[in-house]
Design a protein around this ligand. Structure first.
Ligand SMILES: N[C@@H](CCC(=O)N[C@@H](CS)C(=O)NCC(=O)O)C(=O)O
Length: 206
């Protein structure tokens, strides 16, 4: 019997990316829930497996450990190529890589920084917490949403006409804007349409 397991962080955005990816693939992996609020990830089973003490962490049958959300997703993409969530063909795969990185670096990252450096609940997580850094990241996220809105006027999804990991990163980043206290400007109608469509997919509740 398979003993693969995914150390999961509940509402935290990176573990959520992997759960959504698995739901889109129709793959079930037993989850090991970690209480991040109680800082369980800073010690015990997680720290033993990931020296960065971050989630998610995937452990394979033979004990091999994989960390980094996108690396974990890539592993499952290779095991089960359909539906393709990292693109198809040389150009399609490169376009998904391009938009996945753009959305991660220009939206997901600044939103995370805004949350971690400003929210009082993150004081013990982000040391030192630098509220000014958190604040300057809010307009960075909004600037990228303006750019993305223009792109989404031209196509259905972030990287093309097919749903991909770039959309998963985008959905999780936009949902994370709420606790980070950043509002999606309603005039960005293409972003609003895209986000609503992603949220309506069954995988969004994974
Ligand atoms: N680059 C990693 C980031 C993982 C990460 O930062 N996870 C957060 C939860 S969303 C975490 O475990 N934070 C714990 C901490 O900061 O102590 C990935 O893509 O998986």
């Amino acid at each position: 019997m398979s003993s693969m397991k995914l150390y999961d962080g509940g509402r935290a955005p990176n573990p959520r990316r992997v759960r959504i990816f698995l739901a889109e693939k129709g793959i079930t992996v037993p989850l090991v829930p970690i209480d991040m609020g109680a800082m369980e990830h800073r010690g015990g089973e997680v720290a033993e497996r990931n020296p960065l003490r971050r989630l998610p962490v995937l452990e394979l049958d033979d004990g091999t450990v994989l960390c980094e959300s996108v690396a974990i997703c890539r592993y499952f993409e290779e095991l089960q190529p359909e539906p393709a969530l990292f693109g198809r063909g040389a150009l399609g795969k490169a376009q998904v890589e391009m938009w996945q990185r753009r959305v991660e670096q220009n939206l997901f990252f600044p939103v995370s920084q805004a949350f971690r450096h400003v929210h009082p609940a993150m004081k013990e997580w982000e040391v030192p917490q630098v509220p000014e850094w958190g604040e300057v990241n809010k307009p960075k996220a909004l600037d990228f949403l303006v750019l993305l809105d223009a792109e989404l006027a031209l196509r259905e999804f972030a990287a093309g006409d097919e749903f991909s990991i770039a959309d998963i990163t985008g959905l999780v980043a936009i949902d994370f804007m709420k606790p980070a206290r950043i509002t999606v400007p309603p005039e960005l109608t293409n972003v609003v349409r895209w986000h609503s469509a992603l949220k309506a997919r069954p995988s969004a509740s994974a």
